[in-house]
Design a protein. Structure first.
Lengths: 276, 321
């Protein structure tokens, strides 16, 4: 109860710390904005040589530019979901600051949530920038409920964050070589329908490989967001991806927290909290 | 009237063996397997409220492991540690509220943040409001003479200032128990003397702060600590006041008296003798010298130091091995 009372303050502490660290490297902020603009421009020209799909089963892909931009924006967010937790733990370990953080009366779930809060804020800004640049410079129109899209985004991010917690546990014990990051990083771009419809995988690579996309939470999250933002679907029309995501959450959240607490206990037993 | 002191830290039958990660797996693949490291063996002692308790021993003796177990950063293999009746494993969050740890580890700070920003971050983690945190940080910077470097990035600070900042961080939440690991290691002589004054004053303040001090500076331990534990190869070999520990090595001490005017001469002369500590010999000799017309210029006493005691235990341990 006491931990919950202090939670916002502790999250703020991490965000303020990371903001200060971020602004101590000013140049990277401007370079990243420029790179987002370059990527959006590239995809605009790519959309000019691609006609899109007329087939109704590919409804979201009629005009590929908004689909790619939502894909890029959301992929950015998803990557943060599963990588930032492990990265922040690994970074604290490498810097040697994890011990001093764990010396304060702060519990493990708070460390996990708070240490990646800044990454989520930063990613929210840059993800929004993909959509914003598309709208301002290339006339991309988004319709549907932004609120519902945010619900999908948050839900998918929490599910991916659970995988991120598993990844952080891996970093805690094995220090390097994170299988979750490798599978999900490469897998999401290939199998979740970020750049092309997942149906094409089945068509060209067979049903076995094509079904991989169904076990990735990112596929369902992206599907829901596109249905809402591009096709203008309402809540009753997107219940299927919503329930799949909720199912992932119910299983992964308690499991990942349990695994992480075991990993911390193991690191404490081995005395390897600050080793990396 | 006897003053009953509250128990601040209680260490009971504490053992720690660092396991070898994936030992069975390594053995299965016939990879060379190291033996587990036994860092602490059945360590038992209590530290009382307001006491400055010293822990001395050679590198690798188990001091850091012991400190880290008390700080909840490492879990014991067997035995328990309680801090103000909170178990370090079962109530670790409560224990962390009661302690502040200052190590000489420079990597425990954010190098691109200033000293002030670093402390603000940790103060917020301790749940202090910004107003109280700022006030506390100002106070600590004053106490530890860090005002001039408060706005300097940690990476740009001198080693001594980094060390003082670590002590300031440990004291941020005003914990009743401080664990200080070589707090004067990188300080210049003046700064070290002020740090010792500060440590000594903490034990006397109201409410007093309990301090578990580990140091290789034995003179410092002797000056500051009420009781000292000698740790060697993970075992506590002796716990007592520095005076009693010294007397374990040798009860005798060498006295050197410098006198002038003895037997009518003007030249100074040095007279040395051995006495048992606490006997009347010094008094008798000085009276006798004065009777003979001597002017006492200087009296120097050579006693056994904690170094001698530590050496005694180390050599006996080496003999056993």
């Amino acid at each position: 109860m006491n931990s919950l009372k202090h939670l916002p303050r502790r999250i703020f502490a991490f965000v303020a710390r990371d903001f200060r660290l971020y602004v101590s490297y000013r140049m990277q902020f401007f370079l990243r904005i420029m790179s987002v603009l370059a990527v959006v421009t590239t995809f605009f020209f790519m959309s000019k040589i691609s006609s899109g799909f007329i087939d109704p089963q590919y409804a979201e892909w009629r005009d590929p530019l908004p689909t790619w931009l939502t894909g890029l924006a959301v992929l950015n967010y998803f990557m943060t979901g599963f990588s930032s937790l492990a990265n922040s733990i690994r970074q604290e370990q490498m810097q040697g600051t994890l011990e001093s953080v764990l010396l304060t009366p702060i519990n493990i779930p708070t460390v996990i949530v708070a240490s990646s809060a800044w990454d989520f804020l930063e990613t929210t800004f840059f993800s929004f920038l993909y959509l914003f640049f598309g709208w301002v410079f290339f006339g991309v129109q988004f319709r549907g409920s932004f609120l519902l899209a945010i619900v999908f985004l948050l839900l998918t991010t929490i599910v991916l964050a659970c995988l991120g917690i598993l990844s952080a546990s891996f970093a805690m014990v094995f220090k390097r070589g994170d299988p979750f990051g490798i599978f999900l990083g490469a897998g999401s771009a290939l199998f979740s329908g970020v750049f092309f419809p997942t149906q094409l995988l089945k068509q060209y690579a067979g049903p076995k490989l094509g079904s991989i996309s169904q076990i990735l939470p990112a596929t369902h999250g992206l599907k829901g967001i596109r249905q809402v933002l591009i096709e203008g679907h309402t809540l009753s029309q997107v219940t299927q991806p919503l329930f799949v995501l909720l199912g992932f959450l119910v299983v992964l959240l308690p499991f990942s927290l349990w695994v992480f607490s075991r990993a911390v206990r193991r690191a404490k037993r081995e005395g390897s909290l600050i080793q990396y | 009237m006897t003053i009953v002191r509250e128990l601040a830290i209680s260490i009971n039958n504490l053992s720690k063996t660092y396991p070898v990660p994936f030992r069975r797996l390594r053995a299965f693949f016939r990879r060379p397997v190291k033996e587990p490291v036994e860092a602490l063996r059945k360590v038992t002692f209590d530290v009382y409220g307001g006491e400055i308790f010293g822990l001395i021993g050679r590198n690798g003796a188990g001091k850091t492991t012991l400190t880290k177990i008390v700080a909840t950063l490492v879990q014991p293999t067997r035995g328990t540690v309680t801090v103000h009746n909170n178990d370090s494993v079962l109530d670790d969050e409560q224990v962390r509220k009661q302690i502040g740890l200052a190590t000489a580890e420079e990597r425990s700070f954010y190098w691109r943040l200033t000293g002030e920003q670093n402390l603000m971050f940790f103060a917020r983690l301790h749940g202090l409001s910004d107003r109280i945190a700022k006030q506390r940080i100002r106070e600590l910077f004053g106490k530890l003479e860090l005002e001039e470097v408060a706005r300097r990035r940690f990476g740009e600070m001198s080693t001594g200032n980094k060390q003082r900042l670590a002590v300031a961080r440990a004291m941020l939440s005003q914990p009743p128990v401080l664990l200080l690991d070589e707090p004067t290691r990188s300080l210049d002589p003046l700064a070290a003397a002020r740090m010792r004054e500060l440590i000594s004053s903490l034990g006397k303040q109201d409410p007093p702060v309990t301090i578990l001090l580990t140091s290789h500076n034995l003179a410092e331990v002797e000056t500051l600590c009420e009781r000292v534990a000698i740790i060697s190869r993970g075992r506590i070999r002796a716990i007592d006041t520095p005076q009693h520990l010294r007397s374990l090595t040798s009860k005798s001490e060498q006295v050197h008296v410098t006198v002038a005017g003895l037997n009518g001469t003007h030249e100074s002369e040095k007279i040395s003798f051995t006495r048992q500590s606490g006997d009347n010999q010094l008094d008798e000799r000085l009276r006798d010298l004065q009777k003979r017309g001597a002017r006492i210029l200087d009296v120097a006493v050579e006693r056994a130091t904690l170094f001698d005691v530590l050496e005694l235990y180390e050599s006996s341990d080496t003999d056993k091995h």
